[in-house]
Design a protein around this ligand. Structure first.
Ligand code: GCU
Length: 677
């Protein structure tokens, strides 16, 4: 339950002595809800980690002082002359400094805002939890993206779309009068990694949440989260004016519809003066939207944006759209619909784009919209919940996957135009920038079902703050904070985590294969799935295996989805000889005997990859077994059992896929490999 916020006594005695001495006395001047949170967190954290009471004082009395605040809240801090340094870190950033002044030694956590000081306090605690030196601190940190937002796909009846950790943590029935301690711990955890927004409800939205009765409940959550710097957002069902307002239409150009939304927005802001705005899924998978009235996505988004603009609210309009009536590769549809709208959105609209063009697969090339809409701020949408990566039972550390997309080069403005630079707004000078993560949080005791699911929540926040952090560094921090700093434990767990996502790719969808998952549940294998209501909900649509070979031709001879990328990207991918093999079958349909870089045929390579996936899970099992006694029994057993499920599932995937594809390839499984059961 405590996530990475375990403040157990540090075992390194000399270091504890050093920390005790350096930090001396905690001083937080002034009073406000956020300052109280800072005081509580630091005194609980330091008392626990250092094994001696650390209550906060108003004025420095000891020689060594931990001073936390802003120039506005703390006269002592104001006297330290940090104006220039503070200017450079902006609204959410902070400084951690060692300073001598007036005969005292200060460890300073300084920021321009109280929330910035809260972020800095969590950073200081992290330094201690990960046992780093704090003697000569000179750290300044500010976030790369402005809006760092969790997307809960939570329904009002507490079921969670693609949620694998129990029911929704929002107990609508007991709100607004009962504030569960979980909400506070949720806010603490999010603030500790810099998350500053939460969309409470499912993108497949229910307009009821916009009713007066529910807004009172939403207000209670917003009031709870505010001192932690977290804004609340809601999903807006496009047809709400009909369902709630009893209008005959939801046409975005209809004056009555516009007036309805304007009034609704005013009502929301009466309850929640700092309401963040709306996330909208429209004209996708059956959701209503402006196209129902022959209007464009821009017409729909701008109508809501106009209502929100006077209040400072945002519209996050999703680009996850596809329609089986469009007889084209699903990969191309978002780009085809949105690219022509570049420049047509109001300034408070962000278009939220999934990392890849299909749907949160274990590996996807980056979405072609990144780099293609320079006049529109594009928000990244990652999925933290592992819908297609083994859900609540498989260990898959997602940092390498998130980083792979962020560091991919769009070449939109020449070499080095990474997706990250599109998303942080720097490539095209946008004011708004943001990253969203579809949450994996539920009411399970440990929040995320698999204990390692916590690492993915943690990673999302850390990368939204700073995408330059390496996957190794994030894993390192998380392990030390969540388990312990024992060097063998850290290196063993890190090894497990670092290879885990690639293991999933290998036993599910190697070499660029995608969407082979079972119908609708998306958990186990189903490469044979066909004859469903939509072609793009089948697996055969994606792998296209036949007697000749396998893969989706997205080059000029096929769907030409490749044409949606910059010429440099096309040049790399269009030739199967230069196309990276990990996305080969995403872009090419190749013969079973195609020669791979390893010298093997494509068929043999496929067999090897599936086997490698199973072997990697077995290696993780061995690694974990070696840690018996170094991890508390409860988590040790949980992970051990989950790894056993994962090993069984990995074999299931390997056997199902290879036996199915073998009916086309008509080639034997290589001798050296374990035979499918
Ligand atoms: C996937 C997922 C759906 C979800 C959709 C979305 O298709 O399976 O459950 O609603 O993505 O992102 O809107």
């Amino acid at each position: 339950y405590r996530l990475w916020q375990r403040y157990d006594l540090l075992q390194n005695k000399p270091l504890v002595k050093e920390y005790q001495k350096a930090l001396g006395q905690l001083v937080v001047q002034g009073s406000s809800p956020t300052l109280s949170i800072i005081e509580d967190e630091l005194s609980t954290g330091l008392s626990g980690l250092l094994g001696q009471p650390f209550s906060a004082a108003e004025n420095p009395e000891k020689k060594n002082v931990l001073l936390v605040g802003t120039p506005a809240t703390s006269p002592v801090l104001k006297g330290l002359g940090l104006e220039d340094k503070l200017k450079a870190v902006g609204k959410d950033g902070y400084l951690l400094l060692s300073r001598k002044a007036g005969g005292k030694n200060y460890t300073v956590v300084a920021a321009n805002t109280e929330v910035g000081a809260l972020y800095g306090s969590f950073h200081l605690l992290r330094l201690l939890q990960t046992q780093q030196r704090i003697n000569n601190l000179d750290i300044s940190s500010s976030p790369k993206t402005q809006h760092r937002i969790l997307n809960h796909w939570d329904n009002l009846d507490r079921t969670v779309e693609r949620g694998y950790a129990g029911f929704s943590i929002w107990d609508w029935h007991k709100l607004p009068d009962y504030i569960d301690q979980r909400y506070l711990d949720y806010a603490r955890a999010n603030a500790s990694i810099g998350i500053n927004g939460t969309v409470l409800t499912n993108v497949n939205a229910n307009s009821l949440v916009l009713s007066e009765e529910y807004l009172k409940k939403v207000k209670a959550l917003a009031d709870t989260f505010r001192p932690y710097g977290i804004k609340v957002y809601l999903t807006a069902r496009f047809s709400s004016p009909i369902e709630l307002g009893k209008l005959k239409t939801a046409d975005p150009l209809n004056p009555e519809v516009k007036a309805w939304w304007k009034n609704k927005v005013e009502e929301i802001y009466r309850h929640i003066p700092d309401f963040g705005g709306f996330l909208v899924k429209a004209n996708s998978e059956g959701q209503p939207g402006p196209q129902n009235y022959n209007r464009s996505h821009a017409d729909g988004a701008n109508m809501l944006a106009e209502a929100l603009a006077p209040k400072g609210g945002l519209v996050m309009w999703r680009a996850f759209v596809y329609d089986d009536k469009v007889p084209d590769d699903r990969h191309k549809q978002a780009y085809t619909e949105f690219k022509p709208l570049d420049g047509k959105f109001l300034p408070n609209v962000m278009v939220q784009v999934k990392n890849g063009a299909i749907d949160f697969q274990p590996r996807e090339p980056f979405h072609p919209l990144f780099g293609a809409m320079p006049k529109t701020p594009l928000m990244m949408e990652f999925q933290i919940t592992q819908e297609y990566l083994g859900q609540g039972t498989h260990l898959a550390y997602l940092a390498p996957m998130f980083k792979e997309t962020l560091m991919a080069d769009t070449y939109a403005k020449g070499k080095g135009s990474t997706v990250a630079k599109v998303v942080d707004g720097s490539l095209d000078n946008h004011y708004h920038s943001g990253m969203a993560g579809v949450a994996n949080i539920g009411n399970d005791r440990n929040w995320t079902s698999h204990p390692f699911g916590q690492a993915n929540w943690y990673t999302f926040g850390r990368l939204a703050w700073d995408y330059n952090l390496t996957s190794e560094a994030i894993a390192d921090e998380w392990i030390k904070m969540t388990f312990s700093g024992s060097p063998t434990l850290v290196s063993t767990v890190k090894q497990m985590m670092m290879g885990s996502r690639e293991a999933v790719v290998n036993y599910m969808t190697p070499l660029g294969l995608h969407h082979l998952m079972g119908w609708s549940h998306h958990y186990g294998p189903g490469p044979w799935i066909k004859d469903k209501p939509r072609a793009d909900w089948t697996s055969v649509y994606y792998h296209r295996a036949d007697e000749k070979g396998i893969g989706f031709d997205r080059t000029r001879t096929g769907s030409n989805a490749l044409s949606q990328y910059a010429p440099e990207v096309q040049a790399l991918l269009q030739n199967p000889a230069t196309c990276p093999e990990d996305v080969l079958l995403w872009f090419h349909h190749l013969p079973w005997d195609w020669k791979m870089k390893s010298g093997r045929t494509l068929w043999d390579e496929l067999c090897y990859k599936y086997s490698e996936g199973v072997d990697s899970v077995r290696a993780m099992q061995k690694d974990w077994d070696s840690l018996q006694g170094q991890v508390d029994k409860e988590r040790y057993q949980q992970v051990k059992q989950y790894l056993a499920i994962q090993e069984k599932d990995a074999r299931w995937w390997r056997d199902a896929c290879l036996l199915y594809f073998q009916t086309f390839s008509k080639r034997p499984i290589p001798q050296a490999l374990e035979k499918p059961a």
